[in-house]
Write a protein that binds this ligand. Structure first.
Ligand SMILES: Nc1ncnc2c1ncn2[C@@H]1O[C@H](COP(=O)(O)OP(=O)(O)OP(=O)(O)O)[C@@H](O)[C@H]1O
Ligand SMILES: [Mg+2]
Length: 274
């Protein structure tokens, strides 16, 4: 099976311009990272602040180019530097951010927010767009009455549902989720994670799920990649990474996780293995 997403040795450098008194310098944000994700699976990317997670997310979503390396989507090479990137390719990957408030236009009604990608990318008629937006609202656990409301009239969890619905409007293959539940209360986190799991099953979606929270990763991931200063220091199945962390950074990460979490992770893995 061809993976939905394959990354080969991705590198991203940022040039920080110099000034009169200071020399310019280069930040090596991502230093040669490789991974692959099959259809219907979730790769979780974990690591501390500044390790390069969002940089990787922007490369995968084709928002930013990689400095070097290769990326393939459904086996097709992506080259955002050239004109070769079709809108069809772009539609395949969508992103959901931690704070949907920043990305949902406060002046637009939810129905218009959901219809917008269809206006830009399809030839659907107004009533078709409306039907599709209504259907998607229901898929993410919202109701028809929400169609005419504005983003500020929703709770944080509901807004994240809207952001997920919008990301799904063009039937993407791959969803990049950059800390999608980190700003939510614990009980709401669980609801949104359940929703994501249901949607993944229903649409055979592939996820790249970025998080710094191991208990969330334990719940959602098939594979786990641990990043540290721009490098993947650990990459494997969730079972392998959680039951036998190899790298000292991963061990520290576990040590920083509340004991109860680690115990419940181990318990769950033991139960799965039995
Ligand atoms: N546009 C940019 N210009 C210069 N440096 C950048 C830029 N974007 C990110 N960086 C740097 O690249 C490194 C990786 O940043 P990135 O945002 O990918 O980290 P992150 O893992 O997402 O962190 P967080 O958990 O805080 O979101 C950091 O050192 C950051 O300062
Ligand atoms: Mg980030």
């Amino acid at each position: 099976m061809t993976p939905v997403l394959e990354a080969r040795n991705l590198v991203r450098d940022y040039q920080i311009p110099g000034s009169l008194l200071k020399r310019g310098r280069t930040v090596h944000a991502v230093k040669g990272v490789s991974f692959a994700v099959d259809q219907g699976k979730t790769l979780a990317i974990v690591g501390e602040s500044g390790c390069g997670k969002s940089t990787l997310a922007r490369i995968v979503t084709m928002i930013d180019p990689a400095t070097s390396g290769e990326m393939l989507i459904d086996g097709e090479k992506v080259d955002i530097a050239r004109d070769g990137l079709t809108s069809e390719m772009r539609r395949k990957v969508q992103i959901v951010f931690q704070n949907p408030y920043g990305t949902l236009n406060p002046r637009k009604k939810i129905g218009d927010i959901l219809s917008e990608p269809l206006i830009i990318n399809t030839r659907m008629k107004a009533d078709e767009r409306r039907d599709k937006a209504m259907a998607m609202l229901k898929k993410v656990g919202l109701e028809e009455k929400h169609y005419g409301r504005y983003p500020h009239m929703f709770s944080g969890g509901q807004r994240q549902r809207v952001a997920i619905a919008r990301a799904l409007m063009l039937n993407p293959r791959l969803l990049v989720l950059d800390e999608p539940v980190s700003a939510l209360d614990l009980s709401v986190q669980a609801q949104v994670l359940n929703l994501l799991a249901d949607l993944q099953d229903e649409f055979q979606l592939t996820y790249v799920f970025i998080s710094h929270d191991l208990s969330v990763v334990r719940y959602i991931a098939d594979d786990v990649m641990v990043m540290y200063y721009g490098e993947a220091v650990e990459y494997g199945s969730r079972e392998d990474v959680f039951s036998d962390p190899k790298h000292s950074y991963t061990k520290t990460l576990f040590a920083a996780t509340p004991r109860a979490d680690v115990d419940s992770i181990k318990e769950r893995l033991a139960r799965k293995a039995a």
